[in-house]
Design a protein around this ligand. Structure first.
Ligand code: URA
Length: 181
């Protein structure tokens, strides 16, 4: 069975269906070697229907290009939530639970050697993280058939440029994992 985006685009499992412009399912090919999982679409993503196309996504993919040598098109990119929470608020537990089967279906189809988990919401959801990002980032762990690794959300790096260097170091770990996979 291959992942079918059509039911995701028609999803009404939570109240975000009433306020979204687009369902942001994901971009790229599910057999990409790097799977990138963020938190939720923001305003730009909701308008365009694609993940990480706004300012923070542009920073994230500039860093991935520089440190890992992969373009956005070389990755499969998605989020824990497929619809934008109004005002970009943090997803609720009910929203995450409603959306979880879609992410699980994508992960089941993914052929990625490495899963890069971006931001604490995604780290909690995908890696079961319980500690702050400062304690967990850059440390690979087994995640099904792939290695899973968390890094800071690029929105945090836009607010605090020192985080860019931390993300670069985390992405060099991703590059090493991909090189040895
Ligand atoms: N932030 C995210 O976590 N995901 C996006 O797609 C855009 C911004």
């Amino acid at each position: 069975m291959s992942f079918d985006p059509a039911p995701v685009r028609a999803c009404t499992r939570c109240a975000l269906a009433a306020t979204r412009t687009h369902v942001v399912v994901g971009s790229g090919a599910l057999d990409a070697r790097l799977l990138v999982i963020g938190e939720a679409p923001g305003r730009d993503e909701d308008e365009q229907g694609a993940p990480f196309v706004g300012r923070s996504g542009q920073l994230l993919f500039r860093l991935i290009a520089q440190e890992v040598g992969l373009a956005r098109e070389d990755c499969y990119v998605t989020n824990t939530l497929k619809c934008r929470p109004p005002g970009n608020r943090v997803p609720t537990g009910d929203e995450l639970a409603a959306c979880r089967p879609w992410l699980e279906a994508q992960r089941a189809e993914s052929g990625a050697a490495v899963t890069l988990v971006v931001g604490l919401t995604a780290a909690r959801e995908v890696l079961g993280a319980t500690l702050p990002m400062g304690r967990i980032h850059g440390r690979p762990r087994h995640l099904g058939a792939s290695a899973g690794l968390a890094t800071y959300h690029p929105a945090a790096a836009l607010r605090n440029p020192e985080i860019v260097d931390v993300m670069r170091a985390d992405l060099r770990v991703v590059a090493a994992l991909l090189g040895s996979a």
